[in-house]
Design a protein around this ligand. Structure first.
Ligand code: XIL
Length: 378
């Protein structure tokens, strides 16, 4: 499957991706739903009657979150209402990324995240802050920073401003996103980001200290992907992530949680033993766990929709079983709620041309077997 090479292809630094994407997916999704809505089978009615994922949080202690477009650009109010009905946590899929929040130096735009905070407050939800320091979704002026002093100043202003603004309104912050990329061939598997080039790996420590100074109470996370499987890539990522987390502990960097993105590949095999050992080590270092971006890529799974949905659900169940056997995550979040609106349909294609089905609800907003798996574990 194509993965790292095309991961953010086409996203560039330009900037209106979530806006355009929400518009396209919202309208296309609504038309699709109207055209294809079928009467659900008996079993589906039973599934629809079960209590929402969000209602389980009180008993389980695990909140359910989901990513979505900001309400000011969302063209699909029915999907938005479903998100409010199912989730305790709302994650901006794009609108807290640097290219939106500070598109020009010291010119901030908070319209998108503010609309999420308002929406969340109206629906008794809370926003998960995604994300402050990432190699992607940066505006051109950040990509062109030249010196360590400039990079440091940019991080100080950006993190200080954004984190202070949302103090008390955020469930957790993904302070640093994806600092590891062994394919970049730097020492220790560090990603060759603008921050790494100008500040070295100290940029991670700096980012967390700035976030902690601006918000002493909210959990701060380092968020990563690609460590679940028996592949050589997963294996080196596990080693590199753990070494970084160890180093940050040794420096007393104020990090509370490790965010497991959990973009799963349905056709791969979990390394149950090594993944368990990895997560035990992470927890042993004193980090809490959060599952932050769960979805299951079924690009390589043959068969009809029912077969694929069953495989996706089995894969997620195996994963959640492994994670929960080590520790209970503070939250489990999926990267979107419905197959109608998922980044995966844009970034990954099946050979048969059919759209991917990676999320808990189908394109008609009906619950799928993956929803039942979440309901079992949350
Ligand atoms: C993705 C969004 O879903 C897309 O709409 C956008 O084009 C690219 O970014 N890991 C992350 C997220 O941490 O920020 C990414 O979100 C998906 C992978």
């Amino acid at each position: 499957m194509r993965y790292a090479g095309m991961r953010y292809a086409g996203m560039g630094h330009a900037g209106n991706e979530p806006t355009r994407r929400a518009a396209v997916l919202g309208l296309a999704g609504a038309a699709l739903a109207a055209a294809t809505r079928a009467v659900p089978a008996q079993a589906d009615f039973a599934l629809e009657l079960l209590p929402s994922l969000r209602s389980r949080a009180q008993a389980s202690g695990i909140k359910y979150g989901c990513a979505g477009a900001a309400p000011i650009v969302q063209q699909d109010p029915i999907l938005q209402e479903k998100i409010a009905a199912e989730a305790n946590i709302f994650i901006p899929e794009g609108h807290l990324k640097w290219e939106f929040t500070e598109p020009r130096p010291n010119e901030f735009d908070f319209a998108g995240p503010d609309s999420i905070v308002d929406f969340a407050a109206r629906h008794d939800m809370i926003m998960h802050g995604h994300t402050l320091v990432w190699y992607a979704a940066i505006p051109d002026w950040v990509a062109r920073l030249m010196t360590a002093a400039d990079a440091r100043r940019a991080l100080e202003r950006h993190i200080g401003t954004v984190v202070s603004r949302y103090r008390g309104k955020v469930w957790a912050w993904d302070v640093v996103n994806e600092p590891i990329e062994p394919k970049d061939s730097l020492d220790n598997g560090y990603r060759n980001s603008i921050w790494q080039r100008l500040l070295g790996i100290d940029h991670v420590d700096l980012a967390f200290r700035l976030a902690r100074a601006a918000d002493p109470a909210t959990p701060l996370c380092l968020n990563e992907y690609g460590f679940e499987y028996t592949t050589a890539t997963s294996q080196s990522r596990r080693a590199d992530i753990l070494a970084l987390l160890q180093k940050l502990r040794d420096r007393n960097t104020p990090i509370d949680c490790f965010g497991l993105q959990s973009h799963l590949d349905c056709h791969r095999t979990f390394d149950r033993k090594e993944l368990t050992a990895f997560l035990r080590s992470v927890v042993g270092l004193g980090y809490g766990l959060m599952i932050t971006e769960l979805d299951v890529n079924d690009a390589e799974i043959p068969g009809n929709e029912a077969t694929r949905d069953a495989a996706v659900a089995r894969h997620a169940a195996e994963y959640l079983d492994i994670v929960l056997s080590v520790a209970r995550p503070r939250s489990v979040s999926t990267w979107g709620l419905s197959d109608r609106s998922t980044w995966m349909r844009q970034y990954f294609k099946r050979a048969d041309g059919k759209p991917l089905r990676p999320l808990p609800l189908d394109a008609n907003l009906d619950r799928k077997p993956l929803w039942s798996v979440l309901a079992k574990y949350i």
